[in-house]
Design a protein around this ligand. Structure first.
Ligand code: HAM
Length: 414
């Protein structure tokens, strides 16, 4: 039997219905924040991702040569494609440009619960501005999106990659080696980070200083440890979030992020119920457009890990009811099929979710099927009833059955 590739999933109807429900709710949130949807290709020239994504992404990239010998990559994320699109198509639009997207991404990771090789992101980018107001807008929208899933148990951790980078550089790390150190810190591999720092000649005291700094976590009060403009900036973001009623926020100067393009604020949302793969959203301020041939334009954005957010909701016992078949139309014989088709067409035209028996089954068998698919009503179309311009309407929950005039059927069901 041919199996699906490792790290991918099939989505059956119940699952798909749930996913579409969340997707629609997330789209609505994005719209209420003034963002508009865009879509970019699932594959791009690999350079788009290799230029600045950082070593984590490079190791995980799906790359292949196409028949024209071009090096193509499946997108591992959608920020770089969105900024490429901005440079190609939207650079003259009035700023800020607020766009959102939903789609699958591919990373050659080791699959486990909550970590897939094909996964879905719902993300947004606010392009063309660099200030606390933009970052607060983005974090507030991320928070509203987490609420869509009904989660209670989550935390929004806000840090600043600029000050962390500065701290690492002033400890004696050469600028070109900073990414490597941050990569270890991102994965909380402190022993490996320590060895790397020692190799670079960083003193024990400075290493301790870096580690302590990354463990600075708390409310707005911990910002007393962040001097100057950056501290003021983070305080302003905090105040704006407070004004917008965004809760569950902490300052965490150890937020590093796996991608290499961030320049300012960085944030992650964690759902502790998920264990190892608890990060359900990540984002921050960055600049990428200059790499793709445009002017330098600052942006800020985030992506919700759609699959993980759904698992987190399930872990919290939240259920998303699927819409079952409302009416099952059942002709009692082949002769009645045309008439029954007319009935079902009228129900569907009235936006009633309806199905019809097409397997030529006898009434008792067809009734079993209607019950198995959760139909609320069965409309029995028989010769005798039709002579009276009527059908038999059976309520599958109460078992009640009554003769209803065809002209009253929709009203009766509604
Ligand atoms: P990211 O943190 O790499 O950021 O991915 C965003 C989210 O995608 C993660 O928080 C996680 O929930 C989910 N995710 C990542 N890898 C997997 C996987 N293998 N399986 C399931 N879920 C996964 C970005 O991609 C940035 N582009 C976000 C951004 C937008 N920054 C600025 N704008």
């Amino acid at each position: 039997m041919v199996q699906r590739p490792r790290g991918t999933r099939d989505f059956l109807p119940d699952e798909m219905e749930k996913r579409r429900h969340y997707e629609a709710a997330l789209r609505r949130v994005a719209k209420t924040f003034g963002f508009r949807e865009v879509a970019t290709p699932i594959f791009e020239e690999s350079e788009l991702f290799t230029l600045k994504s950082g070593p984590n992404v490079l190791d995980e990239l799906y790359v292949f040569k196409d028949k024209g010998n071009r090096e193509i990559a499946l997108r591992p994320e959608m920020t770089a494609p969105t900024i490429r699109m901005f440079v190609n198509e939207m650079s003259n639009n009035p700023k800020p440009i607020k766009v959102f997207y939903f789609g699958q991404c591919f990373r050659y990771e080791r699959p486990q619960s909550g970590r897939y090789r094909e996964f879905f992101q719902f993300g947004a980018e606010l392009i063309g501005n660099f200030d606390a107001e933009s970052d607060a807008e983005i974090i507030a929208m991320a928070s509203s999106m987490i609420k869509v899933f009904g989660l209670k148990n989550y935390i929004i951790k806000i840090g600043h990659i600029g000050i962390l980078k500065q701290k690492v550089i002033s400890a004696g790390v050469p600028e070109k080696c900073v990414v490597g150190v941050l990569q270890k810190l991102d994965k909380k591999l402190y022993d490996e980070a320590r060895l790397l720092l020692l190799e670079m000649g960083v003193s024990e005291e400075n290493i301790r200083g870096i580690f302590e700094f990354t463990e600075t976590v708390g409310g707005v009060d911990v910002l007393s440890r962040v001097p100057g403009e950056t501290g003021d900036y983070l305080r302003r973001v905090f105040d704006l979030l407070l004004a917008m009623g965004v809760g569950n926020v902490v300052i965490d100067l150890g937020v590093v992020r796996g991608l290499d393009y961030y320049t300012g604020i960085v944030f992650e949302v964690e759902a502790p119920t998920l264990g190892a793969e608890k990060q359900i959203c990540g984002g921050g301020a960055y600049s990428l457009s200059e790499l793709f041939g445009g002017e330098r334009v600052f942006s800020t954005g985030f992506a919700v890990g759609f699959d993980r957010a759904i698992i987190a909701a399930e872990k919290e016992g939240l259920v998303c009811e699927s819409e079952s078949i409302k009416v099952y139309v059942l002709p009692t014989s082949k002769d009645m099929q045309i008439y029954a088709s007319r009935v079902v067409a009228n129900l569907r035209a009235a936006d009633i979710v309806s199905d019809i028996e097409i397997m030529g089954r006898r009434v008792s068998k067809a009734m079993k099927y209607a019950s198995a698919i959760g139909a609320e009503y069965v409309v029995i179309v028989g010769a005798q009833e039709i002579q009276q311009d009527s059908v038999m309407l059976r309520n599958m929950v109460s078992g009640e059955q009554k003769l209803v005039k065809i002209s009253n059927l929709i009203e009766e069901i509604q």
